[in-house]
Design a protein around this ligand. Structure first.
Ligand code: ATP
Length: 309
């Protein structure tokens, strides 16, 4: 059972370097965070920011120069904690002459599943990740997206309490992403702890309770998603003109043409209301009106630009 009083995943002043002496490169530079039981947390950052290095250190695949990491309160790599966690590596190299079913038997077995459990769980798991028909094929015939689906199945097969995914949706087509989102929402509703890195910020925005952002090996933000998606005090109206004519009282708001429609962006509520009145009075067809919110992508870009400058 998960102890809800202690973080499931914890990094404390973690420092990880590649190479030695003058050649040493610091990939992770004093990273601290905690993921609590039942949380879904997105780990974001530009290429080379240090995400995979952090995740590999948490799993005990590489060692930290200093600082510490704990999974379920145990040191990285401890057999007890490994059994309770499912991990999807960024790049998974599976044995090409193995079948998907055999791979899941192998990983499930490592998690302590019995043969009877494997027989019962593997077919629905292959279905769940969209590989129902392909379980008996050799992995050398698998495409990149199929390998990713299998990687997700491998992480989920033993129904672990916590999941760490490195580049969750890498290589998946839109259907694969849609299916994956459903799987993750299901895991969330079952109270599983999920920590994943992704460059798909709309996915992070839709799924995560909290976001941790790393830049050049350092954590630059750790906040609830809801706090990042703040209203921008910016309003947008989409409308169609009458017979190709833009009424004079609408022109003063400087609309921009977009295909067969026009778009108006207004930076205060009073002008927004006046523009809507003018459009209605002059007979234009309002097709959409909304208050704009800062997306996670906007936030990410502004933070990276700030850090660069
Ligand atoms: P991406 O989004 O591109 O996967 P990332 O955030 O996962 O990037 P890491 O793979 O952790 O980044 O890399 C962090 C830094 O460590 C980078 O500067 C990278 O070049 C370096 N690095 C990663 N792996 C190694 C390695 N095996 N040997 C030397 N340097 C490495």
């Amino acid at each position: 059972m998960t102890d809800t009083t202690q973080p499931v995943i914890e990094a404390c002043e973690l420092v990880v370097e590649y190479g030695k002496g003058a050649q040493a490169r610091r990939a992770v530079d004093g990273v601290s965070f905690a993921v609590q039981a039942g949380e879904c947390v997105g780990f974001i950052g530009a290429n080379g920011a240090g995400k995979s290095t952090t995740l590999k250190t948490l799993m005990g695949f590489i060692f930290a120069q200093s600082g510490g990491a704990r999974i379920f309160g145990l040191p990285p790599g401890a057999v007890e904690s490994r059994r309770r966690i499912g991990y999807l590596p960024e790049v998974a190299l599976y044995y090409p002459f193995m079948k998907a079913r055999e791979l899941l038997e192998l990983y499930g077995g490592l998690h302590g599943m019995t043969r009877a459990q494997l027989r019962e769980k593997i077919p629905p798991m292959l279905e769940r990740v969209g590989l129902g028909e392909r379980g008996e094929e050799l992995l050398k015939s698998y495409s990149k997206g199929m390998q990713q689906r299998l990687g997700i199945a491998q992480a989920l097969i033993a129904d672990p309490e916590a999941l760490i995914f490195d580049e969750l949706s890498s290589g998946l087509d839109p259907i694969g992403r849609h299916d994956l989102r459903r799987v993750l929402l299901e895991l969330k509703s079952k109270g599983r702890t999920i920590f994943f890195s992704s460059h798909e910020l709309t996915e992070v925005e839709a799924l995560c309770d909290r976001v941790i952002m790393i830049h050049q090996g350092r954590i630059v933000t750790q906040k609830p998603v809801a706090e990042l998606l703040k209203p921008l005090n910016l309003f947008e109206i989409r409308f169609a003109d009458i017979n190709g004519e833009l009424p004079t009282e609408v022109k003063e708001f400087n609309p921009a043409r977009q295909g067969s429609e026009w778009t108006l962006r207004l930076d205060d509520l009073e002008r927004y209301t006046r523009a809507l009145d003018a459009l209605r009075r002059s007979g234009c067809e309002v097709r959409g009106a909304r208050s704009l919110t800062q997306s996670l992508e906007d936030y990410f870009i502004s933070l990276v630009e700030e850090a660069r400058s």
